[in-house]
Structures are given as structure tokens and as C-alpha cells.
Design a protein around this ligand. Structure first.
Ligand code: SF4
Length: 441
């Protein structure tokens, strides 16, 4: 059984409220942190090996150490709660059921970074959660954990919640900052990076909800102890939101030592494939990461078990090329059609492209049109090569990672499931009435 750090109290009734959270030892880590120096906290975060839980997996301590500290210029912490990646809903769970864990993590992080005004930028579709967060902020303030001169330390901190307008691109950190400044959420060219010029051109750290919540157990048990959980550079615990054709969709906390097979089939987690069907493929880290067929998902190319961690999921290079990503674990059973699935994703990325760069603006729409044609049985064999060519021209040639996110699913689908594309093209009549999965199993 995986060790629980973030969700250990999630089952307790009323844990959403300050009184219950405090009774369980809540804000104990904040009290401990406020007696430390900001540099000591930073050392703990570095020692923990925590990697950003939003998708990129960049070491959090290193990110914090890049923060510029020019004299007299305010600095900010911005929590990225714009959780819009299809298949990902673990931050929603944290904010809805454990809002004080996030607020406590923000207090410690703000103190460490020297942010007197910090923000939570939350996706517009999570319409009921800002009220929960604002209530938690008011409770923390009433108890002296936010506001002026917190715990007599002389440190002041206010937290504000900003609702987004429902654009996926605002999950990209610089687009988020633009939106937070009241502008259209277009990603910025980097450099300068937010650590130097972020919100209102001030040094800013942007971190994911889960990353900031993880600061609480890190301070609680120390960075060194946190680093002992997990394996290699995949330290601590990770929240996984599991969905698709499984018996038990939900949010699970894992310690990254379990195998993918155990995660999918054990009753403790996904409980196996629904209706006793066969596993066909999985997208292990949110819709942007490459899809992996069952044979490579359960075993590495060397025949070793594949584990639910950053290194093992990416292992295999060209063979899998996938990632832990945001932890949005999407399972597809044998009945699913990969062409249809890829077309749905292409439509999503085309719709969400901000339109600033030509390869993304034009390429995503072009890929969607070709995929739609193939899926309807109106494609030609050369369309597969054209699709491959377009995704190659998008990848690495855009301002922000949305271009890569749109290209990778198409590349992986063609690499692993070319036969399905060919089936649609060779069987135009059949592909109009049934999908590849249902026709083949
Ligand atoms: Fe906008 Fe796409 Fe360019 Fe990102 S890659 S800046 S979403 S056009």
C-alpha cells in the first residue's frame, strides 16, 4: 500500500474547515516553517527532490532558487490551479476537499519566497471551488495564519483567488500571468522567465496546486525523509487521477514504487478494466503525453516491469516517449478506436490554440481535418504520411508547449497504431458504421 502524505486526512468529515484541519495537526508545518529562515526552507525543498506536479516535472527547489530578488521590488507566488488538461482532476480534488492544505502550503512558500501578495489562478469551469478557497482563506486569516504580522513574525501575507475564463492555454504559466494581469491569455516569449519578470514584470514563481500542497509534508517530516519515499528522482508521493475504461475511476495517491500493472488491476487503485475487457492502451500523464500500447505499458522494452514514476514511464525513448505529465491516467479498452480518439484530441488542441504561431494555429486545424477525413473513411494512404509530416513541423517550432502537446498524440498514434489508420482508409464503408476497436475484437 502506498504511503499517504497529501490525502491521509481526506476521509475525515469536515476536514475542509479550519477547526477540523487544525485538530488533525494542520498549520503545524506552518508554525515550524515560520521559525526557520527562508533559506532553511529552501534547503528542505531542495533536499526533498520534489518535482513540479503540473506536468513538466522540473525540480521545485531549483525553480525557487532562480527567483530574482532586486531591492525594493515585490515578488509573487502564483498557484496554477488552471487544471484543464483532459483526464486531469487531482488538483480539483485537493482544493475541494483539502483547501487548508493548499493555503498552508502557500503560506510556507510565500514566506520562503518573500511574497506578501500571492494568488490562486483557477480555471473558470471549477465554478464552485473559489467559494471553498475563499472561505478557507478567511478562516486562516481569522486564526492569524494570514494577514498582517503572521504569528508575530512580522511577515505579512494576503492570498487572492482569481477565476479564469475557461481557456486551456491559461494553464501555460506566462499566458496565466497575462490573464491575471487582465489581458488576453497569450503565452509570452521566454526569456525573460517569470522568475525574473513575471506578474507585472516582478519576479514570480508559478507552481502547481499539488506542488505547493506537498510543501506541507516536506516541512513536517523534513526534506530528507520525503526524499526517502519513492524511488530515484521520483521522490515523495504523486496524485494520479484515473479515468476511462476502468472499474474505479478516481484520485489516488501513490508513492511511485508500484508497477503500472498493479495500478491498473489492483483493487486498491483502478480495480481492473471495465466489463472484463482487455487493456488496449493508456495515456499516463494527461492528454498531451504520448499514448502507449498495452504491451509497452506493462513492460519496458527490456521486459522489466514498468513503474508509475517519472523515469520508468519515459524509459524506452522512441518506443514509448511518454511521460508522467500531470498524472491524468486515461485507460482505453479493446473497443476504443485510436483514430477517433486522436481526432477528438486534435479538435481540442485546435480549438484551444491561441493562434499566435503559424505552425500551431494552422497545423492543429490541418491535422484535425485530415483525422476527421480518415475517421469517416474518406482518407487516402498518403494522408498518414502528411499527418506525420505536419506534426513534425509543429513540434519544437512554437512559442509555448501547446504545439508539442498537439503534435505528440498524433505522432504516437501513428507510430503505435498505424494499422488502425490504414483500416479506416481501406474500409471506407465499415469505418462509417463502426469503429476499429469494435470491428476487431
Ligand atoms: Fe499560441 Fe499555439 Fe503558439 Fe502556444 S504554440 S503560443 S497556443 S499558437
Amino acid at each position: 500500500m502506498s504511503k499517504k502524505l497529501l490525502l491521509k486526512d481526506a476521509h475525515i468529515e469536515g476536514i475542509r474547515y479550519f477547526e477540523t484541519y487544525r485538530k488533525q495537526g494542520g498549520y503545524g508545518a506552518a508554525e515550524k516553517a515560520l521559525k526557520m529562515t527562508p533559506d532553511e526552507i529552501l534547503e528542505e525543498v531542495k533536499a526533498s527532490g520534489l518535482r513540479g506536479r503540473g506536468g513538466a516535472g522540473f525540480p521545485t527547489g531549483m525553480k525557487w532558487s532562480f527567483l530574482a530578488k532586486p531591492e525594493g521590488v515585490p515578488r509573487h507566488l502564483v498557484v496554477n490551479a488552471d487544471e484543464s488538461e483532459p483526464g486531469t482532476f487531482k488538483d480539483r480534488y485537493l482544493m475541494e476537499f483539502l483547501p487548508h492544505l493548499l493555503i498552508e502550503g502557500m503560506l510556507i512558500s510565500s514566506y520562503c519566497l518573500g511574497s506578501n501578495v500571492s494568488y490562486i489562478y483557477i480555471r473558470g469551469e471549477y465554478s464552485w471551488i473559489p467559494d471553498i478557497l475563499e472561505e478557507a482563506i478567511e478562516e486562516a486569516k481569522a486564526a492569524g495564519f494570514l494577514g498582517k504580522n503572521i504569528m508575530g513574525t512580522g511577515f505579512d501575507c494576503e492570498i487572492y483567488v482569481q477565476r479564469g475564463g475557461g481557456a486551456y492555454i491559461c494553464g501555460e504559466e506566462t499566458a496565466l500571468l497575462e490573464s491575471l494581469e487582465g489581458k488576453r491569455g497569450n503565452p509570452r516569449l521566454k526569456p525573460p522567465f517569470p522568475a525574473v519578470k513575471g506578474l507585472w514584470e516582478r519576479p514570480t514563481v508559478v507552481n502547481n496546486v499539488e506542488s505547493i500542497a506537498a510543501i506541507v509534508p516536506i516541512i513536517d517530516i523534513t526534506g530528507a525523509e520525503y526524499a526517502k519515499i519513492g524511488v530515484g528522482r521520483s521522490t515523495g508521493t504523486k496524485l494520479i487521477s484515473a479515468c476511462g475504461n476502468i472499474n474505479k475511476p478516481g484520485v489516488y495517491e501513490i508513492d511511485m514504487t508500484i508497477t503500472v500493472e498493479e495500478f491498473i488491476y489492483s483493487d486498491e487503485y483502478c480495480g481492473g478494466i471495465k466489463d472484463g475487457k482487455k487493456l488496449k492502451a493508456c495515456i499516463p500523464g494527461g492528454s498531451s503525453v504520448p499514448i502507449v500500447p498495452a504491451n509497452l505499458l506493462l513492460k519496458t522494452v527490456n521486459g522489466e516491469p514498468r513503474y508509475m514514476n517519472y523515469e520508468s514511464l519515459a524509459d524506452g525513448g522512441f518506443a514509448t516517449g511518454t511521460m508522467m505529465g500531470s498524472g491524468g491516467f486515461i485507460v482505453l479498452d479493446e473497443d476504443q478506436c485510436i483514430v477517433e480518439h486522436t481526432m477528438t484530441l486534435a479538435r481540442f488542441y485546435n480549438h484551444e490554440s491561441c493562434g499566435q504561431c503559424t505552425p500551431c494555429r494552422e497545423g492543429t486545424g490541418w491535422m484535425y481535418k485530415i483525422l476527421k477525413k480518415i475517421e469517416k473513411g474518406e482518407g487516402k494512404m498518403e494522408d498518414i504520411d502528411l499527418l506525420w509530416d505536419i506534426q513534425r513541423k509543429i513540434e519544437g517550432n512554437t512559442i509555448c508547449p501547446l504545439g508539442d502537446a498537439a503534435a505528440w498524440p498524433v505522432a504516437a498514434a501513428i507510430r503505435h497504431f498505424r494499422d488502425e489508420f490504414e483500416w479506416h482508409i481501406k474500409n471506407p464503408e465499415l469505418s462509417q458504421t463502426q469503429n476499429y476497436g469494435l470491428a476487431h475484437y
